[in-house]
Design a protein around this ligand. Sequence first.
Ligand SMILES: Cc1cc2nc3c(=O)[nH]c(=O)nc-3n(C[C@H](O)[C@H](O)[C@H](O)COP(=O)(O)OP(=O)(O)OC[C@H]3O[C@@H](n4cnc5c(N)ncnc54)[C@H](O)[C@@H]3O)c2cc1C
Length: 431
Amino acid sequence: MTILTKQARDLWKTDVLVVGSGSAGATAAITAAREGASVALVERYGFMGGTSTMVLDTFYGFYTPGDPPRKVVGGIPDLVVDALMERKVALIRPNTYGAGNGVTYDPEVLKIVWEQLAHEAGVKLLYHTLVVDVIKEADKITGVLAINKREALKIEADVIIDASGDADVAAHAGVPFESAEDGPVQSLTTTFRMLNVDTDVARAVKKDKLHALMAEATASGKYDLPRKEGSVHITPFEGVMATNMTRVAEIDPTDPVQLTSAEIEGRRQAEVYAAFLKDFVPGYEKSVLADLSTQIGVRESRRIFGEYRLTKKDVLAARSFEDAIAQCGAPIEDHHSGGDTIWEYLPEGETYGIPYRCLKPQRVEGLLVVGRCLSADHDAHASVRSMGQCMAMGQAAGASAALSVKSGVTPRNLSVTELRNRLMKLGAVVD
Ligand SMILES: Cc1cc2nc3c(=O)[nH]c(=O)nc-3n(C[C@H](O)[C@H](O)[C@H](O)COP(=O)(O)OP(=O)(O)OC[C@H]3O[C@@H](n4cnc5c(N)ncnc54)[C@H](O)[C@@H]3O)c2cc1C
């Protein structure tokens, strides 16, 4: 990276730099700016939201499974849901696999909502720019190097929040991590929507019936359906059903060569699943395939090693932590390489804490890592990765970064009591 360093132009000096604008990064940037820090947000695509706007349409994790559901995410994430509800493009929808109620929304409008909240908070946003390396002084990260079509840039910050999903910043900075090279990571999925569906008829087809029809289609030999229990769900719009059906397994999402073949395979499968729906499932007779996800959905890539590593045992025991900055009641949902999905549940209605230590990487100062690349083992990750929790982690990192800058300490040394108190004032659920 020496050549890039020499040529790079200084773009910004900012209190807080957030890399990646997915659920975690968007919430981190909005929170830190609302808390008074100067904030820059760098995103490689031309819109905010990451997986929340380019792959999906349902926030899980806001509510615990079971009856009655308990709301366990609050604060800035509520502003996002409220803005969608006010526009009448969101609805509460029970999950058919027991993951609790979801908030199903229009992802196109969510792009606008994220931008408006970021703009109102005063976040400086730079799209179409990829962070490719870091600047360090001894153990402290002081900035990043980024490139776009026009130039190479240096952006300096007191605190950097890695919300890239893939822990790009942490990996460049020398934080230890686990990835597809060390063990299995979850499969990838290209989502799509079906338009022109008779939704009244289609929603009457329950999960078991759909799976029986999939088995029938597979047995006919004409439909190659790798995932045998994929799902479809209603959207806020009449005639539109959304899917989570395709499965591309054994891919390292940080390898562009493997990711290229995954993109092609995901779209190929989408066409086959769409044909299956049209040919076999009541309500889809006149439907058309639309809105393939902007890119294939990546569930898991790098997971960093932080001061603490959340484990499967913590999740299933609904463990409490003194430094919890958020709560999660979502089951372990492992989309492994076979035809089914493995679900493991917490005791009904209970939650576990997400420790602040899981956002604090080993070895590197001045950095917080949030969202799906936090410090967790493979199984714990399969629970804690829901977008509700990614937003809650983002909120915690944003608040921590702003407080750290204000009080002149590193995020590692920030008083966790002070952070938790501030989060509670913002409306977060920490215990
Ligand atoms: C197919 C699929 C289905 C799922 N279903 C659900 C569901 O129904 N409900 C739910 O709650 N969760 C679901 N999840 C999980 C959830 O969507 C993700 O865990 C969550 O969205 C991750 O958010 P994030 O902010 O950590 O990362 P991401 O959303 O991946 O965001 C990372 C952002 O960083 C940007 N970026 C990456 N690298 C760089 C770089 N070097 N420079 C600049 N920008 C960069 C990316 O473009 C992106 O915008 C699903 C996931 C998948 C893949």
